[in-house]
Design a protein around this ligand. Structure first.
Ligand code: ADP
Ligand code: MG
Length: 145
């Protein structure tokens, strides 16, 4: 499939394109990433920039059955070995540790997507892949890896 290099900028014009991009990026990372730790994706960007939409694309690629959305009161949702964190509502970074965090990020079987990763900056593992999302206009988003 497609090879995704880092320091690349992508533009998408529909939510479906953003989801397809997520699948391509994940496919590429799964193939090249070392398999000794979890694959961690930090999704940075303002509200509405496409982080959850992108995460839905990861879920589609992984053939996840459950519904991926913006959790209102939960910080973490688990779908088998796929974890979706939304840290927006965390008050203190260390609260993340109560969610089995260390085990999750150290299990090489896991794929972990994190919205609002800035909230838990000091707990992000070395292997984290950072993606930046930007709202350009109503239909257009820019995604940097
Ligand atoms: P975030 O999780 O960053 O707050 P969401 O993914 O929840 O953002 O919301 C993005 C919104 O923007 C959705 O309503 C989606 O339908 C819309 N949208 C429009 N164009 C795009 C695009 N190119 N990529 C992703 N989302 C888009
Ligand atoms: Mg979101």
């Amino acid at each position: 499939m497609s090879i995704i290099k880092t320091n690349k900028v992508f533009k998408t014009f529909t939510p479906q394109e953003t989801q397809k991009l997520a699948g391509d990026i994940l496919d590429s990372l799964i193939k090249k990433a070392p398999k000794d730790k979890a694959l961690v994706l930090a999704l940075q960007g303002d509200l509405g920039s496409g982080k959850t939409t992108f995460t839905q694309g990861l879920g589609k690629y992984l053939k996840i059955k459950g519904r991926i959305n913006s959790p209102t009161f939960v910080v973490m949702k688990r779908f088998g070995n796929f974890y979706h964190f939304d840290c927006y509502r965390l008050e203190k970074p260390k609260e993340i540790l109560e969610l089995n965090w260390q085990e999750i990020i150290n299990n090489p079987k896991n794929i972990v997507a994190i919205e609002w990763p800035e909230k838990i900056k000091k707990f992000l593992p070395k292997q984290t892949h950072f993606l930046k999302f930007k709202f350009i206009n109503e239909i257009q988003r820019e995604i940097k890896i």
